[in-house]
Design a protein around this ligand. Structure first.
Ligand code: SF4
Ligand code: SF4
Length: 149
C-alpha cells in the first residue's frame, strides 16, 4: 500500500489492497443493528453476526458470507457516502466525510492491535446472535465508545 493513499489519492485510484486495507478491524459493522420504525434511527447492539469471530473481529467466512448472511452489506467506493449507519469511527465513513483517521488506526500507529488497545473495537465484548432471542435484542442496545454524540 502506498504511503498516505487514503488522504493523498482519489478513492478511485486506490488498489483493491488499499481499499480493503483501509478497514481498521473494529468489527462494529458486524453488530446486529435495530431500527426505530417511527424515527428511522439506527441503534447498535452488543450482539454480533453469526459469522463474526468475536475475539478477533474477523468474518469467519468472508468469501462466501453472502451464502449465509444475505443482508451483509458490501462497502463500495460508491455507497460509503450513503450508509448513515456506518460507525462514526469507521475509516470508510471518515474518508467519505473527508476527516482524518484516528491515531489508533493501524495505518497511523503501524500496529493492528491499537484499535483493540484503544477500546475502539468490539473484541471480547459481544455475544453471537445465535445465543440471543430476537425479542431480547432491544435490551442489548449499546452505545459503543466513539459512537455517542
Ligand atoms: S466499521 Fe468500518 S473500519 Fe470497522 S470493521 Fe467495519 S468496515 Fe472496518
Ligand atoms: S457476514 Fe461477515 S462481514 Fe458480514 S456482517 Fe457477518 S461477520 Fe460481518
Amino acid at each position: 500500500m502506498r504511503d498516505g493513499f487514503w488522504k493523498n489519492l482519489p478513492i478511485n485510484d486506490w488498489t483493491n489492497k488499499e481499499w480493503e486495507g483501509l478497514c481498521d478491524g473494529c468489527g462494529k459493522c458486524c453488530l446486529i443493528r435495530l431500527e426505530d420504525e417511527d424515527t428511522g434511527d439506527i441503534y447498535n447492539t452488543d450482539v454480533h453476526c453469526k459469522l463474526l469471530d468475536g475475539a478477533n473481529c474477523r468474518c469467519t467466512n468472508y468469501e462466501n458470507r453472502r451464502d449465509y448472511v444475505e443482508d451483509c452489506v458490501q462497502l463500495t467506493r460508491e455507497n460509503i457516502y450513503e450508509l448513515s449507519w456506518l460507525p462514526k469511527t469507521c475509516a470508510y465513513r471518515l474518508v467519505a466525510e473527508n476527516k482524518p483517521l484516528f491515531d489508533w488506526h493501524y495505518l497511523i500507529s503501524g500496529d493492528k492491535d491499537t484499535v483493540h488497545n484503544a477500546n475502539m473495537s468490539i473484541a471480547h465484548m459481544t455475544t453471537s446472535e445465535i445465543h440471543v432471542k430476537v425479542r431480547n435484542l432491544p435490551r442489548r442496545i449499546k452505545i459503543w465508545p466513539g459512537e455517542g454524540d
